[in-house]
Design a protein around this ligand. Sequence first.
Ligand SMILES: *Cc1c(COP(=O)(O)O)cnc(C)c1O
Length: 359
Amino acid sequence: MTLQPRPGILDIKPYKPGAAAPEGAAKLSSNENALGCSEKAAEAFRACAERLHIYPDGGAGELREAIGAAEGVDPDRIVCGAGSDELLQLIGRAYLDPGDKVVQTEYGFLVYRLVAKQSGAEIVSAPETDYRADVDAILETAGDDAKIVFLANPNNPTGTYIPASEVRRLRESLPADTLLVLDAAYAEFVDAPDYESGMAMVDAYDNVVCTRTFSKIHGLAGLRLGWAYGRPEIVDVLHRVRGPFNVNLPAIAAGTAAIGDRDFVKRSKAHNDEWVAWLVQQIRGLGLEVTPSVCNFVLVHFPDEDGRRAEDADAFLAERGLITRPLQPYGLPNALRISVGLAEDNRAVADALGEFVAR
Ligand SMILES: *Cc1c(COP(=O)(O)O)cnc(C)c1O
């Protein structure tokens, strides 16, 4: 007889990542860093080739020190993981029981659903307003019995954020024992004066965890590296449930170099500032609706007309070597998410969309 996994596991739809790009095509489907990564990080990675037979430091001490120094926080309150994905999963593993209620927003990051289902918990989505998290709707959905609320701020795939005052109001209005997980994967891209990543909230309130990643501004998606910042009680719990060597040796070395390379971060930010604004302006100029973005991608909406929908645009762009992200799994079947690429990729996207709408 076939062995059965825990209830709920077979309901999980495996995560489908942004499509790979064929040779010569531009991969604009996964919000990776168009500029690659810090040369210092690449150098640190290469230097690990001689040490691959040695176990990494299980506590990733050097990396936590470097993150602590860069962010001005206590390294003992940081837990590193194989991508923020792993940290989100560890949070679920540690805190969720079967049947628990988990809340996310309507177009929330797909990983939250996986995390909930892996523990047999129930995931409920709070409606968004104009593709933006709505604190009142989250509070209403959470009621008095949500175990975890996941909020990506800014969110993927919408690219929008809510101000710090709203996130604080959310924390203050949720039941004290509901854990608020603030996923700040795109924090480094945001300039808005009313935005905060959530790190300060971890210090100010109980039951807040902030997750961060090296996959976006640092351009190390392939290495799988992220970190969580939390209160000592929560950090202690995450250390207990993580694998003893959950972050590998090259990831620790490259991440340590990357977080110290302020120049690369600055260049990435400047590239993004220039091109995200350009893409929004160009694509709106074609008559397509674009949701305002503070991230390294744009959400483009298409007309609901035969031959002009998102799936048609996706095929049209793919034929021209431009790979974007269709969003059916997010409940946005008539939108595409397009990551900021190199200058020539961005121009090619705008040109191809121009041809698409004119044909
Ligand atoms: C890309 C992304 C992450 C990062 O995931 P990693 O596992 O660190 O690569 C986390 N949250 C959101 C919302 C993202 O878009």
